[in-house]
Design a protein around this ligand. Structure first.
Ligand SMILES: Nc1ncnc2c1ncn2[C@@H]1O[C@H](COP(=O)(O)OP(=O)(O)OP(=O)(O)O)[C@@H](O)[C@H]1O
Length: 362
């Protein structure tokens, strides 16, 4: 069981709250403004030290409070052994992260508590900028390959350095050769990790989408961020004068993207809102299934307002998949009856009613 005990203090309207969630399905219900999304945000904070709703974490801290905390008992490896994990964030921006009695960093925390969010923002995977799709890919690569984070940080450093040389305007060709070599080395390795991940993700996604969207076929493909036929060395050379004028590197993994097409058209242009929700949910489910295959443990799903955009049939199919994923899920909705019937009798489903930031007994 991932989270067996959860306590939240001073996150938005959640003054102080404790609950013992089910290892499987948790339905958080309540009227608008009762604090449902805030509870998901608290769990997200516990896993990643950030919110999925805002970059300004001070908005998360309850008005008149100087810090917020989230604490849980966590069986991170699914071995049956719980360890305490806690995150504290102050108005000054200090994070304190503790696991099993030790201070840990955010990367270690993210490894311990792999979290997937499905909410209205998840549509951005289809409609939004390539940066959002790269984030989606890199979530998977981070959890699939331990070398990713070091490589990614190295690549960011080299890219920053190359871009500042380009901005400066004059580059000695020997210095340029050194940085291009570094850039290409990092870029090729990063690209290989991303390509391998998408190769593994694709069959998972195709299968889930086929089941969820009545056999609809979408073509998922990965684009590296440069013309692979010419090779990155040649591309950097060909682009050099333009890059110098613009002051940044126009090709490389920083331009990678995920393409989703249907009958040759961009999925974002073709699909209805409900279909888009199914597609992005299928992508997130595929990541969860693949995560399980690669790591023999499950990730946690935070699903904000599951019924919105989905009809009954698709909600049911989606819930069936969540059951199969054997993940711990926290699902919010206004009316609990909508989500009461979709589960098999073996599934442990817990309901939590929120009212003005507090749990009320059923
Ligand atoms: N920093 C804060 N301090 C105190 N209260 C806050 C803070 N930020 C937001 N709130 C309040 O917390 C409440 C809970 O918001 P939340 O978005 O969690 O509700 P919800 O149950 O998900 O609602 P909905 O069903 O409308 O999506 C809101 O009334 C909001 O005004």
């Amino acid at each position: 069981m991932p989270i067996s005990q959860l306590s939240v203090k001073a996150i938005r309207n959640l003054t102080e709250l404790s609950l013992s969630p089910s290892p499987q399905i948790n339905i958080i219900h309540g009227i608008n403004g009762s604090g449902k999304s805030s509870l998901l945000e608290a769990i997200h904070m516990l896993g990643l030290c950030r919110s999925f709703r805002t970059n300004k974490l001070n908005h998360l801290i309850q008005s008149d409070q100087s810090l917020c905390t989230v604490f849980a008992q966590l069986d991170a490896m699914g071995s049956g052994v719980n360890q305490p994990v806690g995150v504290e964030r102050s108005l000054q921006g200090d994070n304190r992260i503790r696991y099993a009695g030790n201070n840990i960093d955010i990367t270690t925390l993210a490894e311990l508590l792999p979290i997937q969010v499905i909410n209205s923002e998840t549509f951005q995977i289809l409609d939004g900028s390539p940066a959002i799709r790269r984030q989606f890919i890199d979530w998977g690569v981070f959890h699939a390959d331990a070398s990713f984070i070091r490589l990614w940080r190295g690549f960011r450093r080299v890219l920053k350095q190359r871009n500042s040389l380009l901005k400066y305007g004059k580059i000695d060709h020997r210095i340029r050769a050194v940085w291009d070599k570094e850039f290409i080395g990092h870029a090729e390795q990063l690209n290989t990790l991303r390509e391998s991940y998408i190769d593994l993700l694709k069959p998972e996604f195709d299968k889930i989408l086929n089941d969820l969207l009545d056999g609809m076929k979408l073509d998922l493909s990965f684009s590296s961020g440069w013309d692979k036929k010419r090779g990155l060395d040649q591309v950097l050379n060909d682009n050099f004068e333009r890059d110098l004028k613009q002051g940044y590197t126009s090709a490389g993994p920083q331009r990678a993207d995920l393409r989703l097409k249907i009958d040759g058209h961009t999925a974002a242009e073709r699909l209805s809102r409900g279909q888009k929700k199914v597609v992005v949910s299928a992508l997130k489910l595929a990541q969860g299934f693949l995560f399980y295959k690669l790591n023999s443990r499950s990730c946690i799903y935070l699903i904000d307002d599951l019924p919105s955009e989905l009809d009954q049939q698709h909600s049911r199919l989606f819930c069936n998949y969540l059951e199969k994923a054997a993940s711990q899920c926290f699902i919010t909705c206004v009316d609990k009856t909508v989500l009461s019937e979709y589960w098999s009798s073996e599934t442990e489903v817990s309901f939590f009613n929120l009212h003005e930031g507090a749990l009320s007994t059923p």
